[in-house]
Ligand binder design. Structure first.
Ligand code: ADP
Length: 544
């Protein structure tokens, strides 16, 4: 039996060491000794977390660590996480390759049984994961709980596929010949994830990848490694075999870039910014790897003159300021019919002003911090653009809160711009913060034109009592997700998630459609005629 120092200063055992795991173990011991020399003092003050490679918890070969701090109070050090190197990625890829054959040949229902166990562990530890997430990412407890719940839902849903993973049969054009199509795994998948849904998004990728028989290397965002660590830990505890799930933490420009470049990584599933996504896609294109991208959004709620305004305002507040506006589906544009524009604005601003900003760990808080100082600067620069360059009306908010309870965190007031025109930068570009823009429109057709008039196409919504208008809008809005009398956020795991235009590259996560990312089709012909039958030639008489 082998033992390795684990992040929470316990010991973990690996029952069946392979030559590969022995090699990793030797490396780990060396790096641990170095870590103990250089970090002995800090380890007594905060947890030190490790990568997970080939079933072992190992430090990075760099011997370097980065600090993960609470965005609501940066004095709170959550832990130290490895700053990994390209060699760490290569080791994880090697482990995933080693594990692939055994995992792909494990019957899907058996793979799923292990995944159901992961789901049970996630349920058991939901509260702990929720608190961890609020602490590392900032979103209020209720929303962090929703994020963990999404991971649970996704795990159960994907595990259910273990007994389906349907292919299909179809008649062959020849007699005594059988035709069918089956799914096969892609191989080794790299999963690169963002910080805003630090457990849900990794689970959206990981669980379907696993049920399809792939092995994976996960690379969480720099700001939120703990939630992905928790997910991987649950996989380990559930008994997912060593090497099937690997976790390498560190910088995107090193770890993410190496994963995207690595010749053995057959598929990259990426969620993040448009710029990074394009970089990842280029790297994949260079080596003909498959790449699934989920990127930005500039989502609109359309409020018609017949809408229930109270309900529409609630939807707008939830969509614009939930997760401090840091969702790719955030309601960053509110397109409001002129007849109800004034009333809607009044109510919206009143509600936005009443939102309580603060540390999301406090259950009375509505809006937590944004993720980091870079985010503060980007959001504040857009508020400045809205005011001074675009000339919109700042109806409430607009300040970076830095005094008193806010002094050690990254807080921005919920901000509403009104009198916004569709061409303004604040109405076109993704801000990813608690900022929304109200744009007047004189008709449904104009509202649809404005809603469609951005580079992104993730989510949109309409508030109306008129079923004809609702269907008309549903038909003409060019997004991947559409809501009627609900906000632009709130996707469920059994429906496909993704967007059109610059939001993605045509793939959909969640739903059964995600299986098309993580598996590929094999068409199988079985000829039981006992003779040569030539397709398109021997039996082509029917239409001459
Ligand atoms: P955000 O701006 O929302 O943080 P990013 O697109 O920068 O979004 O990050 C999303 C994920 O992509 C993170 O895990 C990040 O580390 C990773 N990443 C950043 N740069 C690269 C890169 N050059 N190649 C691959 N992944 C990267």
């Amino acid at each position: 039996m082998l033992r390795v120092d684990s992040p929470r200063n316990e010991y973990y055992y690996t029952p069946n060491p392979t030559p590969y795991s022995l090699a990793i173990m030797a490396q780990a011991k060396k790096a641990l000794a170095k870590k103990q020399r250089t970090h002995s003092e800090s380890r007594t003050r905060a947890n030190t977390y490790l990568n997970y490679i080939g079933g072992l918890w190992v430090p990075s070969q760099s011997g370097e660590w980065s600090e993960n701090r609470n965005p609501a109070d940066t004095r709170d050090l959550i832990g130290r996480f490895p700053v990994s190197t390209t060699e760490d990625v290569d080791a994880a890829v090697a482990a995933a390759r080693d594990a692939f054959d055994a995992w792909r040949l494990t019957p899907a229902p058996r793979r799923a049984e292990l995944m159901f166990r992961v789901g049970e562990i996630l349920i058991r530890d939901k509260q702990e994961y929720t608190a961890d997430m609020t602490r590392e990412m900032g979103k209020v407890l209720k929303e962090a709980g929703g994020d963990v719940q999404e991971a649970i839902d996704c795990t159960y849903y994907a595990a259910g596929e273990g007994r389906r993973l349907h292919g299909f049969t179809t008649p062959a054009e020849m007699p005594n010949k059988f035709a069918m199509c089956v799914r096969q795994p892609m191989g080794l998948c790299g999963l690169i994830t963002p910080w805003n849904f630090p457990m849900a998004i990794p689970s959206w990728k990981l669980m379907p990848a696993l049920v399809c028989g792939n092995t994976v290397v996960m690379k969480p965002a720099e700001d939120t490694p703990l939630s992905t660590y928790n997910l991987v830990k649950a996989c380990e505890e559930a008994g997912i075999p060593p090497g099937v799930v690997n976790l390498v933490m560190g910088h995107g420009s090193v770890v993410g870039a190496r994963l995207s470049d690595h010749p053995a990584v057959r598929l990259i599933s990426f969620t993040g910014s448009t710029e990074t996504g394009q970089r990842v896609a280029s790297a994949c294109a260079e080596r003909n790897a498959i790449c699934s991208l989920e990127m930005g959004g500039k989502n609109a709620i359309m409020v018609m003159e017949d809408a229930d305004i109270d309900n529409a305002v609630e939807g707008a507040i939830w969509g614009a300021f939930g997760t401090s506006g840091q969702r790719c589906t955030a309601s960053s544009r509110l397109i409001v019919h002129k007849k109800v524009y004034k009333k809607f604005n009044q109510q919206l601003v009143e509600r936005a002003k009443a939102l309580r900003v603060g540390n999301g760990a406090n259950s009375k808080i509505d809006v937590g911090p944004v993720i980091n100082q870079d985010a503060v600067e980007k959001i504040m620069s857009y508020i400045d653009i809205g005011r001074n360059e675009d000339g919109a009306t700042l109806s409430c908010g607009g300040r970076n809160l830095t005094k008193g309870d806010f002094a050690h965190g990254y807080f921005i007031e919920p901000t509403v711009f009104t009198d916004v025109t569709p061409d303004m930068r604040i109405a076109q570009e993704e801000i990813f913060g608690p900022v929304t823009s109200v744009i007047p429109a004189k008709s449904l057709d104009e509202a649809i034109e404005i809603a469609n008039g951005v580079q992104y196409g993730l989510s949109a919504a309409i508030y109306t009592q008129d079923v004809n208008r609702a269907f008309h809008a549903m038909n003409d809005i060019y997004t991947g997700i559409f809501y009627v009398n609900a906000s632009t956020i709130g996707a469920e795991v059994h429906l496909p998630f993704g967007g059109t235009k610059a939001t993605g590259n045509g793939h959909r996560e969640a739903g059964t459609q995600v299986l098309d990312i993580f598996s590929e089709w094999k068409s199988v012909y079985v000829d039981y005629s006992g003779k040569l039958q030539r397709a398109q030639i021997d039996n082509a008489k029917a239409i001459g």
